[in-house]
Design a protein around this ligand. Structure first.
Ligand code: ZN
Length: 238
């Protein structure tokens, strides 16, 4: 039965990803995380596709009131005939879940990496995990990805035995674009807040004041705004 997104509205209350291990001798571990979309009480909605339960639960937590159609593209979705390798890659790239770790809890905060018992994680696995976590940290705190090249930060990681040498620290390009692209699919939106005449001299100062005033009026903190300018050499040539 094909999915009609218009008929599926309430994500939180009625929808869920139904996990059912296939009836084979050794089912792949991915079937602990992927299943068909169901609607309570136990009605299969979309048997043509397989959905990632980890993505689904995360989205449900973050956007409890969102309609399914508006968040559906953020959920890992595969055709029912897709190979389990694709889903295995998704679990690794998006949720750091591998077969070996499949029984462990998956979504860890950066702080958890500072715990002493990081046990048996291999150094390549650790590096991969660090890369993912540091990318998220830079995004959340608006830090430059080049932080991994800072001596102070490197010393901190080494002296706290998070890594053994600085070569265990993921590179700047691993954070961005590699991990950044894995984590976020950026979508551009355009809004015009205001159009108005600007008769003063176009000095940096007055442009800043004007933009700040408009931002303040809309309750946007100018400190959270990144201003990007292009062709500045043409406009401001003396
Ligand atoms: Zn997922």
């Amino acid at each position: 039965m094909p999915l009609d997104p218009d008929k599926i509205d309430d994500l939180n209350k009625t929808l869920f990803v139904h996990i059912q291990l296939p009836n084979v001798p050794r089912p792949s571990f991915i079937w602990n995380y992927f299943g068909h979309l169901y609607k309570n009480p136990r009605e299969a909605l979309d048997l043509d596709r397989i959905y990632c339960k980890v993505c689904f639960e995360k989205i449900k937590e973050e956007y409890p009131d969102a309609s399914f159609s508006s968040v559906r593209r953020q959920i890992g979705t595969y055709s029912a005939t897709s190979s389990t390798g694709n889903m295995r890659n998704h679990l690794l790239a998006m949720h750091q879940i591998t077969e070996a770790q499949a029984i462990k809890k998956t979504t860890k905060h950066i702080v958890s990496m500072f715990a002493r018992n990081r046990d048996t994680t291999s150094s390549s696995q650790l590096k991969e995990k660090l890369g993912h976590q540091l990318t998220l940290m830079c995004c959340k705190d608006l830090l430059p990805f080049s932080i991994v090249e800072n001596e102070g930060f490197q010393d901190f990681l080494i002296s706290n035995r998070i890594v053994n040498t600085k070569y265990d620290i993921p590179s700047r390009t691993t954070l961005s674009p590699l991990n950044l692209n894995k984590i976020y699919t950026l979508q551009q939106h355009q809004y015009s807040l205001r159009t108005q005449p600007f008769n003063e001299a176009h000095t940096g100062e007055s442009i800043k004041d004007l933009v700040s005033n408009v931002l303040n009026e809309f309750g946007i903190n100018p400190n959270n705004v990144i201003v990007v300018s292009e062709y500045i050499h043409q406009n401001f040539r003396n």
